[in-house]
Design a protein around this ligand. Sequence first.
Ligand SMILES: [Zn+2]
Length: 179
Amino acid sequence: MPIGFSGIKDIEGFPSDFFTKDNLDKKLAILKKAPVPPPKPRAMCYSYTPKRPEDTLTFSYICPICGTKTIHHVSQWSELFRLEEIRDQAQSVRDMGFEIYLEEKCFCSKCKIEVPEGPVWRITIDAHTFYVKFYSSKLDCDLLKKFLSARAKSDYDNLMDEIEGDTSRLEKLLGIKHD
Ligand SMILES: [Zn+2]
């Protein structure tokens, strides 16, 4: 498989460029024809632990754009402690031809006025940029990668089975549905 310019791989059947809205829409239409699995039984055992002040950690974010240092008081689960991992996950989706970035401006006290309150994904399809509220970088990136790489009917069927017939998250990531 040849490697296109700027590291974007050629994807069979598509030009060595980013996915267009047209071909993303076509893929989504194919996915929506896949059989929807019956609902799966699941154990309900959530426990909720309220946040205590002593669980709060301090993170200083240095903005790569303007250089401003912003002090954040956040929980240990904050995305700020996983920036490298999230950037790598987004990069692996961009390598497939889908432009997605963690919008880091929301972490900078100076730049955050330009963007929605974060964390959010910044996604561009056909030069149209939009933001999607961020929940799990791993789930979102895995979902996109499976969707973008789907070729055979079985790929779409397996993906539909995995998301249990619910395409709403994918449609948000494709800019079709909004929060
Ligand atoms: Zn900044």
